[in-house]
Design a binder for this molecule. Structure first.
Ligand SMILES: *Cc1c(COP(=O)(O)O)cnc(C)c1O
Length: 404
């Protein structure tokens, strides 16, 4: 049967801000995806660290069906049981005492940055508005979040951008110390820079950020949109270091594919948002919250989280073997199932080419910048599919060496 639309149709009807790969996926189950022609792929992309329980998880389908027959939407003129339950769960499982719901990562960050400004304004005056962020960081695509993000290219052409934002090199403690002052309202950090190339924050950097924030009455914000919900082997990555933020943002895997984001914070900080300060029509809608509740129940299990760490080791071991045969990579890094493979200097800028070949070999993967292949598969991908996916990746590596 002829497909009703194809990749050419995309060019005819879509705003050209994306350049998706040629194949169009039409169905998925677990860590496998099928395209319009019935060809199967192993999914190491996981919707960019979103589908943490794979595709079509039976429990999530059931939850979605049940909630869809009960109540979809109310707005925030009324509250609802799934939202309150989800907030209660997040408070129980983390440092947080209060939760704000949004529909995406960028919106969760937008709320976090606005809250930090408002908190500083109310307690210390309007001079205290400076946000310190890291070069190469990524915090979303709204105007405020791209401005806080540390990749100039995402701001170019959109000026004037919001002011009061300072960027320092990631993991640079002297630069951080020089930047944080009594005019700082927040320091924003990804525990592992995701889009920036899978670069972990050093413990000492996080520790310094915590201390400097405390000294200067600034808030420490962790953007855990990519690292959260089990991705690193803990529910949230901050648990690895015990260096706790004042505000944490989470999205991506929280809904495993249903759009939802959240901002978590302490009670005293939350109080700066009073009635009417901020809001969202869909934020905290019963459908998204019911699903996220189920997601947290399934993911925050010792066995599942231990599995993430084991699967990391399997990936790194097998990638090391492939790299002996086809020496393409200078380093493998990351934590849990957030893995970056950085190309050797000889192959700079060619990550996307390798990605394309991998897809032809039946593997869906991602890049993180021009030099890094990124894997963010389902947290419950069976070991057998990791091996099969890596075998396909090995074929792609072999072809890449011959063709590129
Ligand atoms: C994906 C991501 C965002 C943006 O999330 P959206 O849902 O795309 O708005 C923000 N921060 C980090 C660290 C991310 O990985």
């Amino acid at each position: 049967m002829e497909a009703p639309v194809d990749r050419q149709t995309f060019e005819q009807v879509m705003v050209p801000n994306y350049s998706p790969l040629p194949m169009i996926p039409v169905s998925g189950r677990g860590s496998r995806v099928w395209d319009q022609h019935g060809k199967n792929y192993i999914d190491f992309a996981g919707g960019i660290a979103v589908t943490a329980l794979g595709h079509s998880h039976p429990d999530l389908i059931r939850t979605l069906q049940q909630q869809s027959e009960q109540l979809w939407h109310l707005s925030n003129v009324w509250t609802n049981e799934p939202a309150i339950l989800l907030a209660q769960t997040l408070c129980k499982k983390t440092f947080a005492e209060r939760v704000y719901f949004a529909n995406s990562g960028a919106e969760a960050n937008e709320a976090a940055f606005k809250l930090a400004r408002k908190y500083a304004h109310d307690h210390f005056g309007s001079e205290k508005n400076e946000i310190i962020s890291c070069i190469n960081s990524f915090h979303g695509r709204t105007l405020f979040t791209v401005s806080v993000g540390g990749q100039d290219k995402y701001c170019q052409g959109f000026e004037p951008i919001p002011g009061g934002i300072t960027h320092i090199p990631f993991n640079d403690i002297p630069a951080l110390r020089a930047a944080v002052s009594n005019n700082s309202c927040a320091v924003v950090i990804e525990p592992i820079q995701g889009e920036g190339g899978i670069i972990p924050a050093e413990r000492a950097f996080l520790q310094s950020a915590r201390e400097l924030c405390d000294q200067h009455n600034a808030l420490l914000i962790y953007d855990e949109i990519q690292t959260g919900v089990g991705r690193t082997g803990k529910l949230y990555a901050y648990e690895h270091t015990q260096i706790t933020p004042d505000i944490l943002t989470t999205a991506k895997a929280l809904g495993c594919g249903f759009p939802i984001g959240a901002m978590l914070c302490r009670k005293e900080v939350a109080a700066a948002f009073t009635v009417g300060s901020h809001g969202s029509t869909y934020g905290g809608n019963p459908l998204g919250c019911a699903i996220a509740n189920r997601v947290l129940t399934l993911i925050d299990e010792p066995e599942l989280l231990a599995g993430v760490t084991q699967k990391h080791l399997l990936f790194i071991h097998e990638l090391g073997l492939l790299n002996q045969k086809y020496p393409l990579f200078r380093e493998f890094r990351g934590q849990g199932l957030l893995i970056g493979c950085e190309l050797q200097p000889d192959y700079q800028g060619k990550a996307r080419q390798l990605l394309q070949i991998a897809q032809e070999e039946g593997l869906m993967a991602l890049i993180a910048g021009p030099n890094v292949i990124r894997f963010t598969p389902s947290l419950i991908i069976p070991d057998q599919e990791i091996l099969e996916g890596l075998a396909r990746f090995g074929q792609a590596m072999e072809r890449f060496l011959l063709e590129c």
